[in-house]
Design a protein around this ligand. Structure first.
Ligand SMILES: *Cc1c(COP(=O)(O)O)cnc(C)c1O
Length: 396
C-alpha cells in the first residue's frame, strides 16, 4: 500500500536544511515513534504524566522542576505568564490583561527576535536595553550589566535572555543583577543542543526558567519542548497550561508538580491552554531526551561528517563550485560556494533544488554571499547522494 504522504498527495522532501519547523522538524528515532504509538493506546491522567516527565527533566537539567511544552516558544509564553502571576489564580484568570501586575520584561535590544512574540503574548511589554553599537563599526559595546540594572523597576516581571554563543552581556552577569532586585531570569535556549552539557548549563548559571525545543537536535516530536527551572514557577506554568475543568474537592494533582495547599483555588483554563500537549508528545519527548543523553556525541558527529563527505565527493570538478566543510559549530555544515563560473547563482540553484522531484531544501542563511549550506541532521542515509546528483545535474 502507498505510504501515508503518498495517499495524501503530499511530497516527501530531502531535508538538507536541518530541523526547521516549516520543514516539519527532526526525523524521529524509531524508538521515539514507537513510544508515541504505544502511548496513544491508553488514557492516563495528563497531570500525572507531566509530573513523571517533569521529574526526568529535572534530573537531566539539574533544575528543581521540569515540564513538557508544545515547543520552546510555548515555554516562553508559559514561563513569562508564570513570572507575571506567581501562584495567584485570580491573576492567572485575568491574563493577558496585566493591569495592576508586574507587566514588563527587560531584555537586551540585541537579543530581540521574532520568538519574543511568545513573551509578549502573555500580556507584557518588552523593555529593550542597550545599543549594540559594534554594529556600526563605531563601538565595541552591547547592552551592559548596569543598563539592565537601570531598567529594572517594580513593574519588572522578568529579565529575558536569549542564549547564543555570542549573547551579551553574559548570563551570569544578568542573573546577578536580576536576582539582586528579586527578579527571575527566563532563558530561551531553544536551539542550544548539542552539546548535551547545555541541558544543565543555564540552570547552573542561575537561570530561573529555561526552555529548549524538543523537535530540533533532541529529535523529539516537532510539537514538543522543555520548560525547566524553579519549582514554584514551573507549578505556575502548569496551572496555566493544564485542563483545569475540575471540581476542587475531587482535584488531587500530583504533589511533585502542583502543591494544592499553596493555592487559594484553582484557576480556570489559563493563557497556555491553546498550546496543549498530548500524551504522545510527552512520552515522545522523554524518550528522545533519554536517547540524546545516552548517545555518543563523537559517533554522532562522525556520522554527520560521513553524510557531508558523500555530498562533497559527488560534487568534485564542477565549474564554479567549491564544496567546503565547516566544522566550527556543534553541527558540521557543508558550504557550497558558488562563483561567476557556476551555471547558476545560489538563489537560483536553491530554487531549482526545491522545485525538483524530490524537492531538496538546503540552508540559505548565506545566500547573499552566494553560498548554500547543507546541514546533515535531517538527511536519511540514501539522501546525500541524491543531493549531490541533483546539484551536479543543475550545474552541468
Ligand atoms: C527554534 C527556536 C524557537 C522556537 O522553538 P519551537 O520549539 O519551535 O517552539 C525559539 N527561540 C529560538 C532562539 C529558536 O531557535
Amino acid at each position: 500500500m502507498a505510504g501515508i504522504y503518498e495517499r495524501l498527495g503530499v511530497r516527501t522532501i530531502v531535508n538538507a536544511k536541518g530541523s526547521a519547523t516549516r520543514l516539519s522538524g527532526a526525523i524521529l528515532p524509531e524508538e521515539v515513534a514507537q513510544a508515541m504509538a504505544e502511548a496513544s493506546q491508553s488514557c492516563v491522567d495528563i497531570a500525572e504524566l507531566q509530573a513523571a516527565a517533569g521529574a526526568i527533566i529535572a534530573e537531566a537539567t539539574g533544575a528543581e522542576a521540569g515540564y513538557v511544552t508544545s515547543g520552546a516558544a510555548a515555554g516562553l509564553l508559559l514561563g513569562t505568564a508564570a513570572c507575571v502571576t506567581g501562584l495567584d489564580p485570580g491573576r492567572m484568570n485575568r491574563l493577558p490583561d496585566t493591569a495592576g501586575m508586574k507587566n514588563e520584561v527587560v531584555m537586551p535590544r540585541s537579543q530581540r527576535n521574532f520568538y519574543d512574540h511568545a513573551v509578549r503574548a502573555a500580556g507584557v511589554r518588552i523593555v529593550e536595553v542597550g545599543l549594540p553599537d559594534r554594529f556600526s563599526g563605531a563601538g565595541v559595546r552591547d547592552a551592559e550589566p548596569w543598563e539592565i540594572a537601570d531598567a529594572i523597576t517594580e513593574r519588572t516581571a522578568a529579565v529575558h535572555f536569549v542564549a547564543q554563543p555570542w549573547s551579551r552581556p553574559p548570563l551570569a552577569d544578568i542573573v546577578r543583577i536580576a536576582h539582586a532586585a528579586g527578579v527571575p531570569v527566563l532563558v530561551d535556549a531553544a536551539a542550544q543542543l548539542p552539546p548535551a552539557t547545555n541541558l544543565r548549563r543555564f540552570i547552573a548559571e542561575g537561570a530561573d526558567l529555561v526552555v529548549f525545543s524538543g523537535g530540533k537536535a533532541l529529535r523529539g516530536p516537532q510539537a514538543s519542548g522543555i520548560l525547566c527551572g524553579r519549582r514554584d514557577l514551573v507549578m505556575a506554568a502548569a496551572l496555566q497550561h493544564l485542563d483545569l475543568d475540575i471540581d476542587w474537592p475531587l482535584w488531587s494533582p500530583p504533589p511533585g508538580l502542583i502543591d494544592k495547599r499553596l493555592l487559594a483555588g484553582a484557576p480556570h483554563h489559563g493563557i497556555g491552554r491553546p498550546c496543549k500537549v498530548g500524551r504522545e508528545e510527552i512520552v515522545g519527548l522523554i524518550t528522545a531526551l533519554r536517547l540524546f543523553l545516552a548517545a555518543d556525541p563523537e559517533a554522532r558527529r562522525a556520522a554527520w561528517h560521513v553524510q557531508l563527505a558523500t555530498i562533497a565527493d559527488g560534487l568534485g570538478g564542477l565549474p564554479g563550485l567549491t564544496a567546503r566543510l565547516d566544522g566550527s559549530g556543534e553541527v558540521p555544515l557543508l558550504h557550497l560556494v558558488l562563483d561567476h563560473d557556476a551555471k547558476l547563482g545560489a538563489a537560483e540553484l536553491a530554487e531549482r533544488l526545491q522545485r525538483g522531484d524530490p524537492p531538496i531544501h538546503v540552508d540559505h542563511a548565506r545566500l547573499s554571499e552566494n553560498i548554500l549550506r547543507c546541514n546533515p541532521t535531517c538527511l536519511k542515509p540514501d539522501q546525500p547522494a541524491i543531493v549531490a546528483r541533483r546539484v551536479r545535474e543543475l550545474l552541468t
